[in-house]
Structure formats: C-alpha cells, structure tokens
Ligand binder design. Structure first.
Ligand SMILES: Cc1cc2nc3c(=O)[nH]c(=O)nc-3n(C[C@H](O)[C@H](O)[C@H](O)COP(=O)(O)O)c2cc1C
Length: 347
C-alpha cells in the first residue's frame, strides 16, 4: 500500500548517513539548496551542543536525479559525518582495529542503552548508542525535504513553532530556561506545534484502522526520538464541551467553510481541507552533564551515567524533524490518492 517508501542507514559517528527513497514520480524538481536549508534548520536552535558546531550537514545525491529532476528510479541521499575523522578507529568495520578499552559500559537512563543491550546482546553500549542516537534524524530531515518538494507542487506548505520550554512561553523565557538548565548541568524538553496548509480533502481513510491519517501521523511523530506525546487539533479537547469543540460547517459561494479548526484538519481519519495542526511534547534531553545514577552493564556496580557531548535542549530541531515526518506521511497519501508515474500525470 505504501508508495513513498524509504530506508535509512548509518551510525552517529560512522562514515555517513544514507537514505534510499522509492516511489517518487519522475520529473519532480529536486532543489538541493532547499534540502540543505532544511538540514541547517535541524542543526539550529538555542541550547544545542558542540556536535552541531562540528557537523555542517550537506546532502549529496547519489542516484535517481538528473539535471535537477527525478527520473523515476530510487533516489539515494548521503550526508557525510564530518566527525568520522575523529572516530575512525573506534567506528572501524575492520576486526583488526578492535580496542576493548574504548568500550563504554554504563547505561544512560532515558536512552536505548539498557533495553538495547539486552535485546541485541551487546556489552559495549556504543553498539546501541550509535544507531539509537538522534543523529539519524539528519538523513530523515533530508528525506522529509524531498517529500516537502513533492507537496510544494500542490501548494502544500509546512511551518512550526515552539509553544513551551520548561515554564517559558516566550522566546526570551525559553532562552532563560535553557541558560538556567545548562548552568546546572541539566536539560529540558518542550512542546511544539506543526501546521500543514492547503491540504486536499480526503487524504487517509476511515475504512481500516491502519489507513487513518491521524493514526499514521501519530505513529510517524511519536517515533521521533524523545517525543512522548502527540495530539491533533485542540489539545484541550478533554475539558471542552461538544458544542465548543466541534467545528460547525458553513457554505460560502458553494464552498464548505469552518470558523474554527479544533479538529486540526482531520475528521474520520481523513483530511477535511482545513490546516493539519499537530502538537508534540519532547521529553528533556536524557544525557546530563551532571550525570544521573546508573549501573555498569558488566559489573552491575553502581556508577554514574556515561556523558558524551550533548544538547541542553533540542526542541526547535525536534520541530523540524516532526515536520519532516509528517511531510513523508502526506507525500505518501498524495501518491496513494492521485497515483501517476510522472509529476505531470500526478497533477
Ligand atoms: C533533534 C534531536 C536532538 C537530540 N539530541 C540529543 C542529545 O544531544 N543528547 C541526548 O541525550 N539526546 C538527544 N535527543 C534525544 C534522544 O535521541 C532520545 O531521547 C533517545 O534516543 C531515547 O529515545 P526516546 O526518548 O524516544 O525513548 C535528541 C532528539 C532529537 C529529536
């Protein structure tokens, strides 16, 4: 059933991140500058750590595009990890380079370390950290940028904003909250809102649970690292009356209109033509400079969680990743509904 499919590969400190996208129509304009702008947005935001100063992500297109347009074949994207230079020995694929003293063995609370080491039977927790790291969201944002280029052909646009960080509700307060957390060796999460405009009516469906647009968006957003809740439309629904919440329907010049959008653009698992509005909560960054209590995975002795260069707060970046995920869902739905092997046919 899926039309817009992609797989990504790559470790946080490995050579590169890669994605193969399949299902794009031919003759779609691929603006590399736009993809790189999106990568830059993901790297920005107040409260980011040192890694973001080392990496200045740019995408390389390895297949599927000629002279700025897709040709119908799979599109391969690569982002080099500039930091790899400093990690060549530690991340080597060659068994001769093995250095057991470089293993890190203390679980980091809030990360994949403990469950991942049990699941994949690993004693060097780097084998878990490297892929579970949010570094992989860089290549996901590149894929999302390609999805946005497809959506742009139909006038569909995305935007996002930070609603809250800690107790702060204005930009000045966000910065003050982040400064305070950073000075204390602590971290923060926050709440974001993402909006997509100019959607056609009828993306998604109510006929099966796994075809609902809200269900698909929720899964795509919930799986962003550190996102712990997703809601669509007015997130105060639980305390509103039906008469206040539901968006009454009017007709102006033969066109269905609403005066409110508490449904967030989705009714019955389908887009209803209003803006799609998604809010998500990101938990505080789990790597703390003032380390949390933990245990060593080999000795099981109490110790402090491993610390590696880390963000204090990445809520603005998270919003970009959430936009990208939703863009992929919507691109898939557009292709499912309208089909076509070229952009001309799709239109
Ligand atoms: C854009 C972005 C940047 C992140 N940066 C960091 C970071 O620097 N340090 C960290 O410990 N976690 C960071 N995280 C969060 C972790 O990747 C995430 O909490 C962890 O992988 C566990 O997954 P879970 O929170 O979904 O359970 C970041 C998440 C996102 C979306």
């Amino acid at each position: 059933m899926e039309k817009f499919r992609f797989l990504t590969a790559g470790e946080s400190h490995g050579k590169c991140l890669t994605a193969i996208i399949e299902g794009l129509p031919a003759n779609l304009d691929i603006d590399v500058d736009f993809i790189n702008e999106e990568l830059k947005r993901r790297q920005g935001g107040y409260g980011r750590g040192g890694r973001m100063q080392i990496e200045s992500d740019t995408v390389e297109i390895m297949s599927g595009v000629r002279f700025g347009k897709t040709i119908g074949s799979p599109v391969t994207l690569v982002i080099k990890n500039r930091d790899f230079e400093n990690w060549q020995n530690i991340m080597s694929a060659n068994p001769k380079d093995i250095t057991s003293d470089k293993a890190f063995t203390t679980y980091r609370p809030g990360h994949a370390d403990y469950a991942g080491s049990v699941k994949y039977n690993q004693r060097d927790l780097r084998n878990i950290l490297e892929r579970s790291s949010a570094r992989k969201t860089a290549i996901e944002v590149a894929v999302g940028a390609v999805a946005k280029l497809l959506l742009k052909q139909f006038g569909i646009t995305a935007s996002s904003k930070v609603l809250q960080i800690g107790n702060g509700k204005t930009e000045e307060e966000f910065h003050a909250e982040i400064d305070r957390a950073k000075a204390a060796g602590d971290t923060l999460g926050g709440k974001i809102e993402v909006t997509f405009e100019n959607l056609p009516v009828g993306l998604g469906s109510y006929v099966h649970w796994d075809r609902t647009l809200d269900g698909r968006i929720a899964q795509a957003v919930m799986s962003v690292p550190a996102v712990k809740s997703v809601s669509i439309g007015n997130h105060h629904a639980y305390k509103m009356l039906g008469s206040e919440f539901h968006d009454e329907i009017f007709c102006e010049d033969g066109k269905i209109t609403r005066k409110t959008n508490n449904a967030g653009g989705i009714e019955g698992g389908m887009s209803n033509g209003e803006n799609i509005v998604v809010t998500a909560v990101m938990k505080p960054i789990p790597t703390l400079r003032k380390p949390l209590k933990s245990v060593d995975c080999i000795t099981k002795e109490p110790t402090e969680a491993h610390f590696e260069r880390s963000d204090t707060c990445a809520v603005e970046a998270c919003a970009v990743v959430v936009e990208s995920r939703i863009a992929c869902v919507l691109a898939n739905e557009i292709l499912l509904k309208y089909g076509g092997d070229s952009i001309e046919e799709l239109k």
